[in-house]
Design a protein around this ligand. Structure first.
Ligand code: NAD
Ligand code: UD1
Length: 329
């Protein structure tokens, strides 16, 4: 199939391009490079030895999408493009609502216009809010604590309504848990601008000596050792989940958790990193981070049942691959 990947030069998008190419699909990337570099796609070409067509366009721009869709016979779209920094979404909400909602609307419109029937959307476990764990797809969504999360919940509703009104249009809403790690070549990975917000990139930067020590946000949660528990998933497993979703997509809207189903605490992750890479990670415990919840992980059984997809890589691979990328980056 010819697959349009918006945000395809970003962290998850670039790994998904590799999985798509390896599965025999043709890939067209649309990215405005607001949070990625064009060189990433050269690495994708080097790793796969296959071509990727690239358009530097903003997917909120309907005319630019018209040009793209009229040049290529697109069979399916995977929509990664969006802003994702939770803290920034609180201080600049309109920037987030505009980019994340308008891109979804404009892209879905273009799909209607050009007869594209398959749409895969990057949602997030954040839409579950403070539900009880494990998070299951059938749960009612609770309000999220920030505009970023709201843009994901709203995009899910928009796409669900569009699919209802357009029989034949199929939508997969993929709720990611915590993507970490990098391609095992070490050539592509997660390279956040400035100080990392998320745990794994912070740990790898401490390992490299760019940062002095990790600050562990709270050790008084009701968890195994008091630190926050999350469901970390290797980005390559996550990428393969997209190919499975695309291949199995049928009429209507289908929601899938993409996680491992296992919770890992901050200190468990630190210890796994130290063991996998033989590097000590100095840390200190500080206050809880505002807006954090104690624990969340997926019920990952629906994707296994319906997509025949299951995360395969363990915490050691996640830590080893994340470090290999950081070391060479
Ligand atoms: P990323 O920032 O690395 O990739 C997003 C890409 O989209 C970037 O290359 C950026 O340049 C591009 N982009 C942004 N707005 C655009 C626009 N209007 N037009 C064209 N390109 C645009 O982020 P990522 O981690 O790869 O995340 C991909 C998607 O998955 C996002 O929608 C994000 O919200 C979602 N998600 C990410 C995580 C995570 O922890 N990384 C978790 C859950 C959901
Ligand atoms: C982040 C996002 C969330 C998104 C999720 C999945 C934020 C505020 N939230 O949350 O919207 O859905 O990723 O990608 O960015 N931690 C530390 N020290 C650090 C960094 C993190 O102790 O320097 C702890 C956190 O308190 C948490 C765990 O590590 O318990 C994971 O944090 P993080 O990687 O930021 O992910 P989420 O909190 O799940």
């Amino acid at each position: 199939m010819n697959i349009l990947v918006t945000g395809g030069s970003g962290y998850i998008g670039s790994h998904t391009c590799i999985s798509l190419l390896e599965a025999g699909h043709s890939v067209i990337v649309a990215d405005n490079l607001s949070n990625s570099k064009i060189g990433v796609l050269d690495e994708v070409r080097n790793i796969t030895n296959k071509e990727v067509v690239f358009y530097k366009i903003d997917v909120t721009n309907a005319e630019a999408l018209d040009t793209l869709f009229s040049k290529h016979d697109i069979d399916g779209v995977i929509h990664f493009a969006g802003f994702k920094a939770v803290g920034e979404s609180v201080s600049a909400p309109s920037k987030y609502y505009f980019n994340n909602i308008v891109s979804t609307l404009v892209l879905a419109e273009a799909c209607q216009k050009y007869g594209v029937r398959k749409f895969v959307f990057s949602s997030s476990a954040t839409v579950y809010g403070d539900n009880a764990v494990p998070f299951v797809e059938t749960m009612n969504l609770l309000p999220t604590t920030n505009p970023y999360g709201e843009t994901k919940a709203m995009s899910e509703r928009i796409l669900t309504d569009i699919a209802k009104a357009n029989p034949g249009f199929s939508v997969a809403l993929l709720r990611y848990f915590n993507p970490v790690g990098a391609h095992e070549s070490g050539m592509i990975g997660e390279a956040p601008n400035g100080l990392p917000n998320n745990l794994m990139p912070y740990v790898t930067q401490v390992a490299k000596g760019k940062l002095n020590k990790l600050r562990v946000f709270g050790n008084d949660y009701p968890t195994v050792d008091g630190t926050g528990v999350r469901d970390y998933i290797h980005v390559v497993d996550l990428a393969e989940g997209h190919v499975a979703a695309l291949d199995n997509l049928h009429e209507g809207t289908h929601v899938f958790n993409l996680g491992t189903g296992r919770g890992t605490s901050v200190l468990e992750l630190v210890r796994a990193f130290e063991k996998a890479n033989n590097i000590e990670i100095p840390y200190e415990v500080v206050d809880r981070r505002l807006g954090d919840i104690a624990s969340f992980y997926a019920d990952a059984s629906k994707a296994e049942r319906e997509l025949a997809w299951k995360a395969k890589k363990d915490l050691v691979s996640m830590c080893r691959d994340a470090w290999r990328f950081e070391k060479h980056h």
